[in-house]
Design a binder for this molecule. Structure first.
Ligand code: ZN
Ligand code: ZN
Length: 214
């Protein structure tokens, strides 16, 4: 029974990435099949304006085609009732099974509080080997801290965390430069302080990996 559910979920993820595409405008509609290197997978409710802006920015930053898909996925399997949080590695594990079908990289987007065992929470997690990552918008929202909604700030933070986790999937490690997007964010202040760009050193490493992959 478990494996039937599991297969159904994998199918759902693959289906999400292959057919239920986000609609691009104008010239972006043209043939994208083989050039799609990053699949931005919105898991459950993610604002479509945020998704569109995020994909446009990621496309510019990584110089790769981004395919956006939206799927429904019951995240109960990753829920820890004691912590009232979701285990991000378990979510990654699910995405891992869809990876080879959908292109080289998958970035999952969720809106639930994520954790890994040794940390209070994580903004996201990446699997370098499988080139999979997941990030959450939950703690990037001002409302989470009892503050008024700020869509611009949410987008800015989501871009930084997305670029950071995708950076890991290109083999980039944490960077000591607090302005670099690969700097480890221990808090939201760190995220707000750093830029969404790679420092010169990280940029060089990224270019090298991309050249090897092409
Ligand atoms: Zn990191
Ligand atoms: Zn750097």
């Amino acid at each position: 029974m478990k494996s039937v559910i599991f297969r159904a979920l994998i199918f759902l993820v693959i289906l999400g990435c292959s057919t239920n595409e986000f609609q691009y405008k104008g010239e972006k509609q043209e043939a994208r099949s083989k050039q799609e290197k990053i699949c931005l997978l919105a898991i459950n409710k993610v604002d479509s304006t945020l998704l569109e802006k995020l994909s446009t920015d990621l496309e510019k930053i990584f110089g790769q085609k981004i395919k956006v898909s939206q799927i429904s996925l019951d995240l109960e399997f990753a829920y820890n009732p004691e912590r009232k949080q979701y285990y991000s590695s378990a979510i990654l594990e699910k995405l891992r099974n869809a990876g080879s079908e959908v292109g080289e990289r998958v970035l999952g987007l969720v809106d639930v509080d994520l954790y890994v065992p040794d940390l209070n929470f994580v903004f996201g997690e990446a699997d370098v080997v499988e080139k999979m990552a997941v990030i959450s918008t939950k703690r990037l929202r001002q409302e989470y801290y009892g503050l008024p909604k700020d869509e611009e700030l949410l987008l800015d933070r989501t871009i930084k965390e997305s670029v950071h986790e995708l950076g890991h999937t290109y083999g980039l490690e944490h960077c000591p430069d607090s302005n670099c997007v690969m700097y480890f964010s221990n808090s939201l202040q760190d995220t707000d302080f750093k830029s969404s760009s790679f420092c010169e050193s990280c940029k060089r490493k990224l270019m090298l990996v991309k050249r090897l992959e092409d």
